[in-house]
Write a protein that binds this ligand. Sequence first.
Ligand code: ZN
Ligand code: ZN
Length: 186
Amino acid sequence: MPLSRFSRRHRKTWNDEKPEQEVFLEEHRVPPKPPHYYDRKKGRCRMCGLNIYKNDKINKRSTWHPHCADEYMMIYHPGETRKRIWQRDGGECAKCGKIQPRKSRFHALKWHVDHIKPLWEQKGKRFEDIDLNYWRENNLQTLCTKCHTEKTSEEATKRAKMKREWWKHLQPIKSIINKLIYFYKR
Ligand SMILES: [Zn+2]
Ligand SMILES: [Zn+2]
């Protein structure tokens, strides 16, 4: 994005600093940056990696397609995401329909940008394997604090159940290993 040439962010990107995050970790909430983001080649888009043309010539002064810059902001800048979701929904909760104030000091009145398909499904993936649709507008909704808490706890239950099932599958293997250990010790 067009940022000041003297900002910390600019130095971080254009100096010899390595990518901050290679696989998607849930705590970050944003996916790893695209590999072309670190290319630093003038005339090539940092989002999609294709050349940028202006009147059939490569535009050496630019490093973003306008629509790619737009998408980049939507995916990687939570503040921008919130702004756009607010413009779309006007604070109306997608579940209970109550209108939330744009800004509030009270936790109970805060609205959340919720990912309809939860982000943990993308956990541990590299950029090449990640489905960016999880961060696009179609997968985002406004939820009030109450509905958001409900959804989160429902998902936590589902996840716990999935984990338990996974361990159940491993049970036969575990018993074989135990037997082997038993024989080895004898
Ligand atoms: Zn592009
Ligand atoms: Zn609600």
